[in-house]
Ligand binder design. Structure first.
Ligand SMILES: *Cc1c(COP(=O)(O)O)cnc(C)c1O
Length: 233
C-alpha cells in the first residue's frame, strides 16, 4: 500500500474529531483521552506524515520493525508505546527504546524490563494487560491475579505503573462493547482503593473507541481508522 499523505491527515483529523465528540457526549473533559496512533506494519514515512500533522504518540506491536522505525525517526521527538505480546528474551530492546509498555501481563516480564531499563532514562511507564473476559488462551492477567501482580510491579524501581489495558473480543453492539471496559474501570478503582496511584486506562480501538471513552478510557489505541486496513504479508 502506498500512502497518500493528504488521506492520512484527513483520517487522522476524523479520528480526533470522533474522540472529541465522544468526550463531549459522555461528559468527559476535553482532551481527557490521549490518542495513540497504532503504526504496526506501516512504513516510517506514514508515521512521519502523522507527526507532521501533530501526532506524537505511536504504538507498535512487532519488535523488529518497531526498533527500525524508532531509529529512523529518532529526530522527531515521538513517544513510543509497545502494545504487543512480549517474549521474555526480547525485553531489552523494549526497555531501551520505548517510553510506555501496555502489554505487561506477568511479573517476570516486568522484572526484566525494570532490570534492563538503561540508567539515566526516566522510569518506563507500564500498563498491565488484563484478560477481562477470562477468555482461554488469550494474553492478559486474570482479574483474580491482578491485585498481587500490581503491587509487585509497582514496587519495581525502574518502572512506573500507570494503569491497565485490555483488548476485548470484538463486537458491534455498543452496550456489549461497554461491558469489558466497565470491568477494567472497576478493576482500576479497586487497585486505587488498595493504595496504588494509577491514572491510565488504555482501552478502545478503531471499532469501539466511543464505548471505551464512555467507560473512562484515558488512552485509545487506533490503527485502521487512521492508516486504513492492514496488509499482513
Ligand atoms: C493493532 C492493535 C490496535 C489497533 O487496532 P485497530 O483496530 O487497527 O484500531 C490496538 N491495540 C492493540 C494491542 C493492537 O495490537
Amino acid at each position: 500500500m502506498t500512502y497518500n499523505n493528504d488521506n492520512l491527515t484527513t483520517r487522522l483529523a476524523a479520528v480526533r474529531d470522533r474522540l472529541r465528540k465522544a468526550e463531549r457526549r459522555f461528559g468527559r473533559e476535553e482532551d481527557a483521552v490521549a490518542l495513540v496512533a497504532v503504526s504496526k506494519t506501516r512504513p516510517a514515512e506514514a508515521i512521519r506524515a502523522c507527526a507532521e500533522a501533530g501526532q506524537r504518540l505511536f504504538g507498535e506491536s512487532y519488535l523488529q520493525e518497531a526498533t527500525d522505525k524508532v531509529a529512523a525517526l529518532s529526530g522527531l521527538n515521538l513517544q513510543w508505546h509497545f502494545i504487543g505480546p512480549i517474549q521474555s528474551n526480547k525485553t531489552r530492546p523494549i526497555a531501551e527504546h520505548f517510553q510506555w509498555v501496555h502489554s505487561v501481563d506477568r511479573f517476570k516480564i516486568a522484572r526484566r524490563l525494570s532490570e534492563q531499563r538503561p540508567e539515566g532514562l526516566p522510569p518506563l511507564n507500564i500498563c498491565l494487560q488484563v484478560n477481562v473476559g477470562g477468555e482461554t488462551g488469550k494474553s492478559g492477567a486474570g482479574l483474580d491475579e491482578l491485585p498481587n501482580l500490581a503491587q509487585e510491579v509497582a514496587a519495581l524501581p525502574n518502572l512506573h505503573l500507570r494503569g491497565l489495558m485490555c483488548i476485548p473480543a470484538p463486537t458491534e453492539n455498543f452496550e456489549k462493547q461497554r461491558e469489558p471496559f466497565h470491568r477494567l474501570h472497576e478493576a482500576k478503582a479497586a487497585l486505587q482503593r488498595d493504595g496504588l496511584d494509577l491514572d491510565t486506562l488504555s482501552m478502545g480501538m478503531s471499532h469501539d473507541l466511543e464505548a471505551a471513552v464512555a467507560e473512562g478510557a484515558t488512552m485509545v489505541r487506533i490503527g485502521t481508522a487512521i492508516f486504513g486496513p492492514r496488509n499482513y504479508r
